[in-house]
Design a protein around this ligand. Sequence first.
Ligand code: 2HG
Ligand code: ZN
Length: 433
Amino acid sequence: MIYLPFLNYLYRNFTHIALRPTTTQMVAAIMKHCYKRNLAVVPQGGNTGLVGGGTPVFDEIVLSTSLMDDIINFDPQSGILICQAGCILKNLQDYVGNYGFTMPIDLGARGSCQIGGNLSTNAGGIHFVRYGPLRRYVTGVEVVVLSNGVVLDMITPQPMQDSDFKQLFIGAEGTLAILTKVAIKCVETAKCYSAIMLGCKTHHQVTSVLMDARNVLGHTVSAIEVMDSAAVSVVDSKLGLKCPLSPHPFYALIETFSNDEDQNIDKLSHILSLLENKFGSMESAVSLNQTQLSQLWSVREHITEALKRDGHVYKFDISVPIAKYFDLVDVMRHEIGSYSSTICGFGHLADGNLHLNITSKQYDKLLLNRIETILCDWLVQNGGSISAEHGIGFHKAHLMHGSKSSNSLAMMRSIKAHFDPKNILNPYKVVQV
Ligand code: 2HG
Ligand code: ZN
C-alpha cells in the first residue's frame, strides 16, 4: 500500500492508492472495477490547478494520467493534433511548433500542466484574448464514461461541425467522465511577437490601455496582462527578480504578433503615443528581440511562485467587470489589510479575469471565511463571478449556489447523476450532490 502526499501546495491530502494507467483500456478496466466495488476516483492531470479539483478529499483513489503521454498523430494539412490526455502542454507546443503550428492555449504552468486537465477546466491562460476558449479548438475527445467503464470515442478523422456532445465533457472537471484522448485544431505560428510594458498611475489609465490596445492591434493582439505594485514587489522580495520599470501602482503588458517585427513595434509605439496624449508621459519598455520579450514577461510569470514563499496563499480566480478590475483588491486591503501579509491583484485584463491573491503567515480559517464573505458580497453587488479560468473544483463547490440559479444547479446535478449514478467520479467537486 502506498501513501502519496499530493504536493499541490494549496491542497494536501493522502490516498492509499494512486494508479497510473497507460492506455484507455486500462482506464476502462479500473473504472469497471471501481464501479462494481463503489470506490471513488479522482482523475488527476499535472496537479497544477488552484481549486483542488485533482486532489482527493478523503480516501479517493487517484487516477493519474501522467503516463498517458503519447502523441498519436499530427496532420500538418489540417493542423489537427491527436494525443493522449496526459501530454504536457509544453511538449505539445514544441511538437507542433516543429511544423509551424501553435497550440491555441498558453499558460504559466505549461511545463507541468497536461492537456487533459486544460480541457477538463476549459483553461484560459495568457492568450485567451487572441484565441478565446479552448473548447472552440477541440475537434474530438475520447472519454471513459463511468457506468461500467464504457469508452466513448468521439474522435473522427474528419471532424464534423459539433454533431456530438463532446463539449459536455470539456470544463466538467472530471466529474462526468475521464478524458483519455483529445483532438485539437492548432493554429499557424506567427513569426514575431513583441511586447510593451507600461507603468500606470490609476485604474482609469489601466482600462484606457485596454481600449487603445484593442483599437490599434485588433486581431493582432495576443495578450493584455496587468499586475499591481504589490504583485511586482513580492516577485522582487521573494525571488530577487526586478521589474524593468521603476515603481508604479499598476503595470500593463501588451503583446502583439505579426510576421514583421518593425510593424509590431510601430503599433506598440502608436498605443503609447495615444496614451501619452491623454495622460502625459508614461514610463514604458518595448521588447526589440526574443530575449527582451522574455524579460518583459518574467515578472508576470513569476508572481505565483513568489507568493508561495510569502506564507499561506488564499487564491481567488474570479471574473469582474473590466471597469472595476482592481476595485475588489482595494476593498480587501481596506477590510482585512491588517490581518494579512500581501494582498495583490494581477491577471488577464482583457477577459475581466482577476487573480486576487492574499497571503498570511499561516492558514487562518477565520480569515478565509471573512475573505469569502467580502468576495461573494462584492461579486453579487458588482456583477462578477466566483470562477474564471481555473474551474470550481473542491474549493468553490460550496459557493456555487451564490452564482448559479437553483434550476441550473438542479440540471447540473441531474446530468451528473446520469453519467455517474453512484457519485464515485471526482466526488465533492463542482456541484455538491
Ligand atoms: C496565472 O495567470 C495563473 O498566472 C495563476 O492563472 C494565477 O496564481 C494565480 O492566482
Ligand atoms: Zn491566469
